[in-house]
Design a protein around this ligand. Structure first.
Ligand code: T1G
Length: 693
């Protein structure tokens, strides 16, 4: 074994050379790897004893892509496209031997090789588009040549990976290797030599792209699909353009065009935001005072109290991960209804082919329904998901403390309430915390782990670990009204409701927020959530727009009318002039002189208070770092990924501008806009929120 660089070595086994890449944790194609690959191929080319080359990686995976940490820094030669052209032009067959995740530049390395073999568990993907980029080392030109543009388009423009069996079927790889990968790859290389197989340079393949040349509908149809799923994102369209170029341009020109598109995206704010988010999503798991090796509590059985929307969704998360759940409801009829909803959800997934009927029965078999809280005596974790009523929660936690075994973790799913007060109802406050799931709990990936004053380190570490097991993105937050996400959300709610009193109407506010990149505007969202959440006929005063529309039964989508009207069964909001009229009359009755409000003011009043509240949350140490708040807003509230989250966006706008606007609004609209001390401090010091990450 000869070391070529610190990350690459060459091993000779007879006439086969193995080019080993060893760059933990994911064999990213950083400079030492690129240089080692280039020099290794040159060495193998110059060694007459070597007849074929196997490129293979140590550790957990084949190259998982370019080293994202190098982006934004001056690129060091050799550049990956040049290295891969060396692979392509090599006169000796190169076999890529793949395990783990051949992603991005890793898959491009494999595509530049002449043959590809893989273990059954390997995955293949081009996730650059998720970073706001596109494959920049020939992937958009080689993949369509290998499998055709129709199959290449979704891989390039969505970034979703495929498994080895599908890769074999579509022709991405030549063989699946059972047993040891290195041995299998060597055997394959020997077969190639023995059979004198012709070199298969993907760059020279034309059959699949020739077939597509007279089918413009391939790209037209795909663009129609993208318009719905990738609204506002720049990278997916660039991906389509690059794949289209593979069909219409010679390889060298296509490479050049791909490089141009790559550099345009790399220099744009969307890719900066999406690359930032990639690391932000991983940072949330790193909590300064929780050591990585903190001993965890083994969660073998879970209890959920409440079989409503939240309790049912929470239950599904755990049984999906193979963890049995005891689901408690006060009355059998509510329990039966809750179990019925869970079963229906699984049946829908099965009807879509996402799981088999056996999967459905296996998961339902993991749920034990009961109306006796005593049945929670043997669970390791209980999650209370009952109505948002503090007295009820306190009563439940007092009972749980007596029923559950010592060492069982007791969690509340409350969205707002004080977890310290709930913990005080038990003799085990160190085992009490909040697990705030977002609705629908079996779909939304965000989970706020609410750290109460006395919650212990092992309990917190266990919560973060179990969250990962049930495929949630867990963000640690502290105790305050609404923790982090909802506390920031309430700022936008207040402003949206004030704006329609001052002169705007729901449709204008919603369009501004929708055009910014949210999946829907505030008023359409309220209709979706339900305008009657927390409202009751008995206590309604008729002194707010919300009260007035609820008194008319305009509860929202579920009533086919809210701020908007809805056709039965449709979620598409239709204008409700009667509501607009109600808004105008009510605001004038309250003495508002309605005025035209600019889209810019609407956007700033819906976004900047969110940023300002985020600054306060950081001051109070309710959140660990600004990027955690961005992860919360992207995963819990639909903040557009290509804008990086409220704190990233604030840095992009300029904190000095945000501060100036907040002060202007404070003068015009009062102390709701009083700038956070942290915002003032950062502006004074000429720093960004990023300096706190
Ligand atoms: N560059 C740098 N670091 C990376 C990395 C990468 N590409 N991928 C992962 N890491 C770090 C990550 O930050 C974490 O670090 C550790 O590795 C484990 O990652 C030219 C331009 C491979 C499926 O987008 O999808 O190629 O927190 O926690 O859950 O066309 O990482 O431990 O310090 O995610 O097992 C394209 C991104 C790049 C793949 C493993 N490639 N990575 O998941 O572990 S652009 C990607 C992943 C490109 C070319 C273009 C996942 C994974 P730390 P992890 P995991």
């Amino acid at each position: 074994m000869v070391a070529i660089t610190e990350a690459v070595s060459l091993e000779k086994q007879g006439e086969i050379a193995l080019l080993w890449i060893d760059n933990p944790p994911v064999n990213a194609l950083g400079h030492p790897v690129r240089k080692g690959m280039a020099d290794g191929i040159t060495m193998a080319m110059n060694d007459d004893d070597i007849k074929a080359i196997v490129v293979i990686c140590k550790g957990r995976t084949f190259c998982a892509g370019a080293d994202i940490r190098e982006f934004g820094k001056p690129p060091l030669e050799p550049h990956l496209p040049d290295v891969l052209n060396t692979f392509d032009q090599c006169s000796k067959p190169i076999i890529a031997a793949i395990h783990g995740t051949a992603f991005g530049g890793g898959l491009e390395t494999a595509l530049s090789s002449h043959f590809r073999v893989a273990v059954p568990s390997a995955q293949f993907g081009l996730p650059e588009v998720k970073l706001g980029l596109l494959p920049g080392a020939g992937g958009t030109q080689r993949l369509p040549r290998l499998i055709g543009p129709e199959k290449a388009l979704p891989m390039v423009a969505t970034g979703n990976p495929i498994r080895a069996d599908k890769a074999l079927k579509e022709g991405v790889i030549d063989e699946i290797v059972a047993g040891d990968l290195a041995e299998g790859a060597i055997a394959f290389a020997q077969k190639v030599l023995a059979e004198k197989r012709p070199m298969r340079r993907v760059s020279t393949m034309t059959e699949k792209i020739d077939e597509a040349r007279n089918k413009p509908e391939i790209f037209a149809d795909y663009r129609k699909q993208l318009a719905k799923t990738a609204r506002g994102f720049e990278a997916p369209e660039a991906c389509v353009k690059a794949v289209e170029a593979a069909v219409h341009k010679p390889f060298a020109e296509g490479l050049k065009y791909e490089r141009e598109l790559f550099q345009q995206l790399m220099s744009g704010s969307q890719s900066a935001a999406q690359r930032y988010y990639f690391f932000a999503e991983r940072e949330v798991a790193k909590i300064p005072d929780i050591p990585k090796d903190t001993p965890l509590i083994d969660i073998k059985k879970v209890g959920v109290i409440g079989a409503g929307t939240m309790g049912g969704g929470i239950t599904m998360n755990f049984v999906n991960a193979g963890i049995p759940v005891t689901l408690v409801e006060a009355k059998q009829e509510f329990l039966d209804r809750g179990l019925g909803v869970i079963k229906k959800n699984y049946d829908i997934s099965a009807s879509k082919g996402k799981m088999t009927a056996d999967d459905v029965s296996a998961r339902m078999g993991l749920i034990k329904g009961t109306t006796h809280m005593e049945d929670l005596a043997d669970v390791d974790l209980v999650i209370e998901a009952v109505f948002e009523n503090m007295d009820l929660k306190k009563e439940i936690f007092s009972k749980l403390d007596a029923i559950c075994k010592p060492g069982a973790i007791l969690a509340t799913n409350t969205s707002y309430l004080n977890v310290d007060e709930i913990a005080a109802m038990t003799q085990r406050p160190e085992y009490v915390l909040g697990l705030h799931f977002f609705s629908p709990a079996n779909v939304m990936r965000l989970l706020e782990v609410v750290r109460a004053a006395k919650t212990s380190i092992p309990v917190l570490a266990t919560a973060m670990a179990i969250a990962k097991k049930i495929k949630k993105i867990a963000v640690m937050v502290g105790v305050c009204h609404g923790f982090a996400g909802n506390r920031m959300f309430s700022q936008r709610r207040r402003e949206s409701e004030k704006l329609i009193l001052e002169g705007a109407l729901p449709a204008q506010v919603d369009k501004v927020v929708y055009d910014f990149g949210f999946p829907m505007g505030p008023f359409q969202l309220y209709d979706l959530i339900g305008n009657d959440l927390g409202w009751s006929k008995e206590t309604s005063t008729g002194d707010s727009i919300r009260d007035l529309i609820c008194e008319q039964g305009r509860f929202g989508l579920k009533a086919s009318k809210g701020y908007y009207n809805y056709d039965p069964g449709s979620r598409v909001p239709k204008p409700a002039p009667e509501v607009d009229q109600l808004i105008v009359e009510f605001s004038e009755k309250k003495g508002y002189k309605r005025r035209g409000i600019s889209d810019e003011e609407i956007l700033q009043r819906c976004i900047y208070p969110i940023i300002n509240e985020g600054a306060k949350i950081l001051e109070e140490k309710i959140a660990v770092r600004p990027s955690d708040l961005d992860v919360i807003w992207i995963n819990g509230y639909g903040w557009p990924l290509y804008r990086g989250g409220p704190m990233f966006y604030a840095d992009l706008v300029g904190l000095d501008k945000v501060l100036d606007v907040m002060k202007k609004f404070q003068a015009e609209h009062g102390d709701d806009f009083k700038p956070a001390a942290l915002l003032e401090k950062l502006v004074k010091e000429g720093k960004k929120f990023a300096s706190l990450n």
